[in-house]
Design a protein. Structure first.
Length: 155
């Protein structure tokens, strides 16, 4: 039996509370186009990460650290939660990023049993470059996404 190292995400609470209602053909078309735009963005993101010398998961790990509200580091457990991965999978990602000198491990000042993972100077440069091109790509698809979201508001 093959198991994946991905946690399953819980079903959104809003799904359980929603009453069933008929979707229109326009809603299905908008959903399909929205999914297509997401897939194109993810393909762009994967290619950009690879071009920067990291895997897509490594890119996501670095982004989760850089984007941590009010902090410069995260524990392995926090990263696992944010990426919906298992602890040992994150440890392997951190090992590889550490080998590339993109992240570093530091003891947690409040809990000696934990390790905090932070970006190094080269790690910050890599995520800054990747994030800049991602923002530009998002700006380019913004009109399409707005149009699609308006379709759902009219439902």
């Amino acid at each position: 039996m093959v198991t994946k190292n991905v946690k399953t995400s819980p079903q959104p609470k809003s799904v359980a509370r929603r009453k069933k209602s008929a979707l229109t053909k326009a809603n299905y078309e908008a959903l399909a186009e929205f999914r297509w735009e997401l897939r194109k963005f993810l393909a762009f993101s994967e290619a950009a990460a690879t071009g920067a010398g990291v895997t897509p998961q490594q890119h996501q790990l670095m982004l989760s650290i850089k984007g941590a509200p009010g902090r410069e580091s995260l524990s392995v457990g926090e990263i696992a939660d944010r990426l919906l991965l298992r602890h040992h999978t994150v440890v392997e990602l951190v090992d590889r990023l550490s080998d590339l000198d993109l992240v570093e491990r530091n003891p947690d000042p409040t809990d000696g049993r934990k390790i905090q993972v932070s970006l190094t100077k080269p790690g910050n440069a890599t995520i800054d470059k990747l994030s800049s091109i991602h923002v530009e790509e998002l700006k380019s698809i913004r009109p399409t996404l707005r149009k699609l979201l308006r379709t759902f508001e009219r439902r």
